[in-house]
Design a protein around this ligand. Structure first.
Ligand SMILES: NC(=O)c1ccc[n+]([C@@H]2O[C@H](COP(=O)([O-])OP(=O)(O)OC[C@H]3O[C@@H](n4cnc5c(N)ncnc54)[C@H](OP(=O)(O)O)[C@@H]3O)[C@@H](O)[C@H]2O)c1
Length: 326
């Protein structure tokens, strides 16, 4: 593929939203040692992609022009030196690193965050998995959930259960045998129940704001997937050793963490950033293959309509995942 060109969408500076995404023709990247060249079939958008465009990692990342998106699935078309486990023709799902983005016809993927995609798992389903499902999985593991039927049941609260991360968290928590209370908007209550949630709170009501479990349960763990909930609200609803895994940590989360440590509090707030590897992806792909985990797709968009998908993602009202087919 050396010397060939491909289409990609990129943006040239911070901000600008969907309108800043421009379709360009750039060289097909070359896989280096330990990397593979992938013909992209589908990619999904995560909140982090939007935050990066708005400069959350400035000045370290990105370099402009930036081809965005990390969650990718496709077919291996070439391999770099030292790659033994993959060969051209393999279908894979991967979480890209910070080199070449996935909103392109081809990308290069590292081999430490990759899983083979069996034919039972569609490209759209696979593209929805890496960041959202693996983050949900890791947050649940962190609070002691196990997925092999050996764990003890406990009570978990999942906030923003209708979103990309939340809808996977509900399904995985049920697989682990947990009692799930979930929050979402009124229009998604039936949807979140259909994922297996035992109790659902509408986050725009007084009951929802209080986070009180309708059946009076205290939460042993919270997988927190949204913003704007004070620690004092969580604290009232936690069991003696309850932990909040905060997936959207801000300054106040770190202050609360420090205070809880200093005061030897058993109730804790844990700011958490997922660190996703091949094992997580293999496990999750396996669950989808076996019909135990069902990615829910908010909407599919064609490659040319990528800016439309970006704009929809920016609205923050996805039910499940937003995926672009390439
Ligand atoms: N720490 C990490 O490693 C990590 C990894 C992945 C994601 N995250 C973060 O996790 C957050 C969620 O990501 P996501 O991809 O799941 O987002 P998302 O898909 O955009 O979430 C949208 C959904 O959240 C619901 N929602 C919004 N505010 C809510 C609230 N206050 N209470 C209940 N539901 C609410 C919306 O419902 P309505 O339409 O009804 O409002 C919508 O269905 C983001 O901030 C993201 O950056 C962190």
């Amino acid at each position: 593929m050396a010397g060939k060109s491909m289409h990609a969408f990129c943006y040239e500076g911070y901000g600008g939203g969907a309108a800043a995404l421009k379709k360009v023709e750039i060289p097909v990247p070359t896989p280096k040692k330990g990397e593979i060249l992938v013909k992209v079939e589908a990619a999904s958008i995560n909140s982090v992609d939007l935050k990066i465009q708005n400069g959350v990692m400035r000045p370290l990342y990105p370099k402009f022009p930036c081809v965005p998106l990390f969650d990718v699935t496709g077919e291996v078309v070439n391999i770099g030196a030292g790659v033994n486990d993959f060969q051209p023709g393999d279908k894979i799902v991967t979480l890209l690193d910070f080199k070449v983005g996935g909103l392109a016809e081809y990308t290069v993927a590292p081999t430490n965050r990759i899983a083979k995609r069996p034919h039972e798992v569609s490209a759209v389903e696979a593209a929805s998995l890496p960041v959202a499902a693996a983050t949900a999985f890791q947050a649940l593991e962190l609070v002691g959930a196990t997925f092999d039927g050996t764990g003890k049941p406990f009570n978990v609260l999942i906030t923003a259960a209708s979103g990309g991360v939340g809808h996977f968290a509900v399904q995985l928590a049920k697989l682990a045998g947990l009692h799930v209370t979930a929050t979402c908007g009124a229009r998604n209550i039936d949807f979140v129940k259909s994922l297996g949630a035992d109790e659902v709170l509408d986050y725009r009501t007084t009951e929802g704001e209080s986070l009180k479990s309708p059946s009076g349960k205290k939460y042993d763990a919270v997988v927190h997937c949204t913003v704007g909930i004070a620690w004092s609200v969580f604290e009232k609803n936690l069991s003696k050793n309850g932990k909040v895994i905060d997936l959207t940590p801000g300054f106040s989360s770190f202050v609360t963490l420090a205070l809880k440590k200093i005061t030897f509090s058993k109730k804790q707030l844990v700011p958490y950033f997922a660190n996703i590897g091949s094992k997580d992806l293999e496990f999750l792909v396996g669950l989808v293959k076996d019909g135990k985990l069902k990615p829910v797709i908010d909407s599919k968009h064609s490659f040319d309509k990528a800016p439309e998908a970006w704009a929809k993602s920016m609205e923050g009202h996805a039910t499940g995942k937003i995926v672009i087919e390439i």
